[in-house]
Design a protein around this ligand. Structure first.
Ligand code: SAM
Length: 698
């Protein structure tokens, strides 16, 4: 409770169901034990714990005691707990929930420095019934959690996700390689413009620290930075706190993307010295304004202020000149990367040790330099929940054309660094939409108002992003967004009619088969949740010439039919049959129910030389379908695909008491589940290798 920011009740009740006795204890008498961190059941690992005699014994089979017990359960009295590093994040969440407009200062403000906003933890108000005042003079105790204590707006704007200790230590190998590159007789400096509370610097030696220049934007991080590193590093920017340093929760003069910072005289002095080598060592903030998460939360006017900064404006000009994709400036990390090469690194022996997802190099081509060495780290350990690949690369400031490289992947298990394998990182060039999307306009295309939502049913749309069409040769609409795998379920779909928000193309009878690998590839992350895949593997059309050649010479017929079989059995294929508002029946041609005549898929699949696994898949589908036909909602007018069966026929209800889902047709539900497992294995073993071979996945 304490760790989650849930108030600890004043009384502990221990119930013996057998004797019908409730033993009552005061939780304040056990505060010392309560404040230890526990995982798992209370009945485990508790040897050595003893408790005193209960302060009351209630025999709850007698009415008087029963009333008293109910009274105890209803009281709102709590034992105040101490704030420590185990529970502060839970209480921060609770505080910001109860006071949504509060800022970080309101929660952790301290008595040190020039700004004396005394925060909730030191002078409890909202949480006064639940927590004791925190006595620490500064916030140093929470230095590794400062990112998690940010208020919502800061979370959005600062992109603060701290580097775990084991990854910091590993990355120092790269820093030391960079130091080795410093020419004889040169001075060198290590700059970290977004140091947070100084994690990356924690394990540098005294001598190395004497070359370091650090800064960070957020005020409370800056204070911890001064406290922990102030007397050890060469410079902190700004060097001391002044009356006007605190500015709306930020540090004046420390915004690395501002003109003022880029022109900072202290740093410029080194940059302009030809006998000084520059090493940048950074984990830049992750803020991507186009990400779904960001947009969902993007209600505040203050959000995204960094987009107006000097560095972004300058970068935009350069992006146009260099013909890079313009979305590259949507990501704050990219602005750090671009500005590092633009304003700081100048000699071939200068280096950049950079933590970042691979996209900046792989898809956005922001860096064209020599790669010396690198590691892959699991993003999950950077205070997020996402299993994904973060690269830590040592770049040399020498121009180089590079198509791919290898890095060593390290995960963290049981608090130890574990080498998993070497990973290839390859650049991607062409997108599906530019190469493979079918953009033909054809005779017989007529304007048609039907658009579908992601649930496969018609959806009205006041301002559709494109004008939907109908043609006898159209069998569906495929949408595949972007090269990455953010929100894969949202960003790929197959529907019977146009998707309301576009991002796709119409599948036509004459070439639909050769388009299906795009849909198959867009399911990759769903079936490969390993941390090394997300952020590293992306969708590309780079294999186009080989693919088109092999399509022409008929080499791929069987592979395309396998993709078709996968597509008809994959639940993310949201094609449904329905009667449109215009009275037209929208047929699902990518299913294998032939109740109302053979579908296109069935006709094509006749040519598949089925192996035993494919025979089994069809058998399993038949089981699903025969169960589906027995359901109440079954309508023989439709040809059913798997998704339509799941949505319309596999009905269920929630049990009020257990809150469990009770399926009306357990056999149907069981058969659907088994099919899903079989489809997954089929996909991984028989489809994925081809997708890599033809670089649909790269
Ligand atoms: C990903 S964290 C890295 C922190 C630390 N170096 C580490 O690796 O644990 C990025 C840091 O950049 C800071 N930051 C965000 N925007 C900034 C800006 N415009 N200028 C300077 N620092 C910034 C955040 O407050 C956050 O501490």
């Amino acid at each position: 409770m304490r760790i989650k920011g849930i108030p600890v009740p004043a009384k502990i009740l221990l119930i013996s169901l057998f004797n019908k006795v409730c033993y009552v204890y005061d939780s304040k008498d056990y505060l010392y034990d309560i404040e230890k961190t526990y995982t798992g059941a209370a009945s485990k690992d508790n040897s050595g714990f003893t408790c005193s005699k209960a302060i009351r014994e209630l025999h709850y089979d007698n009415i008087k005691d029963e009333y008293e017990l109910i009274g105890l359960l209803r009281t709102k009295e709590y034992t105040k707990i101490h704030i420590d590093e185990n529970c502060i994040v839970g209480w921060a969440k609770r505080f910001y929930k109860e006071k949504p407009n509060a800022q970080k200062a309101d929660f952790i403000g301290d008595y040190s420095g020039k700004i004396r906003i005394v925060g909730e933890i030191r002078k409890p108000n909202i949480l006064s019934q639940y927590i004791l005042p925190y006595k620490g003079r500064t916030n140093k105790q929470f230095r590794y959690l400062m990112d998690k204590l940010n208020d919502e707006i800061n979370k959005k704007n600062l992109g603060a996700f701290y580097t775990p200790e084991l990854y910091v230590k590993k990355s120092l190998e790269l820093v030391r390689l960079a130091i080795k590159r410093v020419p004889e007789g040169n001075d060198y400096i290590i700059i970290d413009r977004c140091a947070g509370t100084g994690n990356l610097e924690s394990y540098l030696t005294v001598e190395e620290l004497s070359h370091v220049i650090v800064s960070t934007l957020e005020y409370y991080e800056y204070k911890v930075l001064i406290e922990t590193l102030g007397d050890k590093v060469r410079h902190i920017i700004p060097p001391t706190e002044r009356e006007d340093t605190f500015h709306l929760g930020m540090v004046r003069g420390a915004d690395a993307l501002s003109r003022e910072y880029i022109n900072n005289a202290i740093i410029r002095k080194y940059i302009e010295n030809p006998n000084c080598t520059i090493i940048i060592f950074e984990n830049p903030p992750y803020v991507e304004t186009t990400s779904i998460e960001h947009q969902r939360k993007n209600k505040s006017k203050k959000s995204g202020v960094w987009k107006n900064s000097f560095a972004v404006k300058e970068m935009k000009k350069d992006v146009r000149k260099r013909n890079l994709i313009n979305t590259v400036t949507n990501d704050m990390g990219n602005v750090f990367i671009w500005s590092a090469f633009k304003y700081y690194l100048r000699q071939p022996t200068d280096s950049y040790i950079l933590f970042s997802p691979a996209k900046y190099w792989k898809a956005q081509h922001l860096v064209s330099k020599r790669m010396i060495k690198g590691f892959a780290f699991n993003r999950k350990h950077f205070h997020t929940n996402i299993n994904a690949c973060i690269m830590c690369i040592l770049w040399s400031n020498e121009n180089a054309v590079l198509e791919s490289f290898e890095i060593e992947a390290y995960n963290i298990k049981n608090e130890e660094l574990v080498f998993e394998r070497k990973l290839a990182i390859s650049k991607i060039h062409d997108s599906y939409s530019s190469i493979y999307f079918d953009k033909r306009k054809m005779d017989g295309d007529i304007s048609d108002s039907t658009l579908c939502g992601l649930n496969g049913l018609p959806r009205s749309c006041k301002q559709p992003s494109f004008s939907p069409i109908f043609n006898e040769n159209i069998i569906g609409y495929m949408a595949v967004y972007s090269s990455g795998f953010d929100n894969p379920d949202l960003h790929s779909s197959l529907l019977t009619a146009g998707r309301y928000d576009g991002h796709g193309f119409y599948l036509r009878k004459d070439n639909y088969l050769e388009k299906l690998p795009m849909f198959a590839a867009s399911r990759y992350i769903k079936y490969n949740k390993g941390w090394t895949e997300r952020g590293r593997v992306m969708k590309s059309a780079d294999g186009q010439s080989q693919y088109n050649k092999d399509i022409k010479n008929g080499k791929l017929e069987q592979f395309l039919l396998k993709c078709l079989l996968f597509t008809v059995l994959e639940p993310q294929n949201h094609m449904r049959e329905f009667l449109g508002a215009n009275g037209r029946l929208y047929r699902n041609n990518l299913c294998i129910d032939n109740t109302n005549g053979k579908t296109l898929a069935l006709k094509s699949l006749r040519k598949l030389k089925k192996n035993s696994r494919e025979e089994e898949l069809i058998k399993q589908w038949n089981k699903v379908f025969s169960d589906a036909k027995l359901t109440r909602n079954y309508n023989p007018q439709y040809n059913y695909g798997l998704f339509q069966i799941i949505e319309e026929l596999n009905t269920y209800r929630k049990d009020i008491i257990s809150n469990q889902t009770i399926y009306d047709y357990p056999s149907l539900n069981g058969n659907i589940k088994s099919l899903a497992e079989m489809v997954k294995n089929y996909y991984l073993e028989e489809i994925v290798p081809f997708l890599f071979k033809y670089e649909f996945l790269k």
